[in-house]
Write a protein that binds this ligand. Structure first.
Ligand code: GLU
Length: 278
């Protein structure tokens, strides 16, 4: 019996959790700025204070910056979609999203595949441990410890590059899963950006149980991920971010989203100045 190629493709693609360009996932992320209409934006769904989905409600600093920029660019209808760390470049390359605001650090590696507007915030990599932990005082004290981070993140890469021989790194697909594992005792520490860790530590179910070590050991410049080479969009995003900072909306958004966790952003670096677009 001869099965048609189309049928085989449909069957193969139906088995994939995420549609990709090869499966016709390339799509309708939105038109150009100024044309109005719809835009699809990638955010995190599980990071309290930054990008959090609760029912049909989206909250967090990334979400607020995304809403401001989208409106300023003339989009009238925003759809948020989940952009886990390891899928961000693919989502942009396959046109499934127009922009990504998802604690997404600007790096030279990533710039091979995508471009960035911003940065709109600067954080630093840190460690989250149990509140009564006394021996994990920084990245150099991780010898023999089980450490959790997320695949595709700069946090996991930094550990692999600098501390691989001493640390047992476990990579999950989201930070919320790492934090659950820490709370249940199956790992010793979680590593990612301090602002993300502070958001988790302040959740009612973890209050008093977890603490951020508080010695950042990297600089994470949060950019707006866009399709590689879209200089026009990058320039417009940067203008919008500068406007958001100048009119006070940036500070207001930060205070209402990140503020409740008690996290204090590094005032020597924030608010940052967007980089030149290239
Ligand atoms: N900012 C880091 C990164 O872009 C860690 C946070 C994340 O995975 O979203 O990889």
């Amino acid at each position: 019996m001869k099965i048609s190629k189309t049928l085989l493709t449909i069957a193969a693609c139906a088995g994939l959790a995420l549609s990709t360009a090869a499966c016709g996932g390339g799509g309708d992320a939105g038109g150009n700025p100024g044309e109005g209409g719809k835009v699809t934006i990638g955010i995190k769904f599980d990071q309290p204070g930054l990008g959090l989905k609760e029912g049909s409600n989206y909250t967090g600093f990334d979400v607020e910056v995304a809403r401001y920029v989208a409106k300023d660019l003339g989009y009238t209808d925003v759809t948020f979609t989940e952009a886990p760390s390891a899928q961000r470049e693919t989502l942009l390359q396959s046109d499934q999203v127009k922009m990504i605001f998802a604690t997404y650090s600007i790096t030279d590696d990533r710039k091979q595949k995508v471009s960035f507007g911003g940065p709109y915030f600067i954080a630093g990599q840190d460690l989250l441990v149990k509140a009564d932990n006394a021996d994990i005082t920084g990245p150099d004290a991780l010898n023999g410890k089980k450490l959790c981070s997320v695949a595709g993140s700069t946090s996991a890469k930094k550990i692999k590059d600098n501390f691989a021989s001493a640390v047992q790194l476990q990579e999950y697909d989201t930070y919320s899963k790492c934090v659950e594992a820490l709370n249940s005792g199956s790992i010793d520490a979680v590593t990612t950006d301090n602002v993300i860790l502070a958001g988790f530590a302040a959740q009612p179910q973890y209050q008093g149980k977890l603490k951020v070590v508080g010695k950042p050991f990297s600089e994470e410049r949060y950019g707006v991920g866009i399709k590689k080479g879209d200089t026009d969009l990058c320039t417009k995003i940067n203008t919008s971010i500068e406007k958001m900072i100048q009119d006070g909306s940036w500070q207001k958004a930060l205070d209402s989203t990140v503020g409740p966790s008690g996290f204090k952003p590094d005032a020597t670096k924030n608010p940052p100045k967007p980089e030149a677009c290239s």
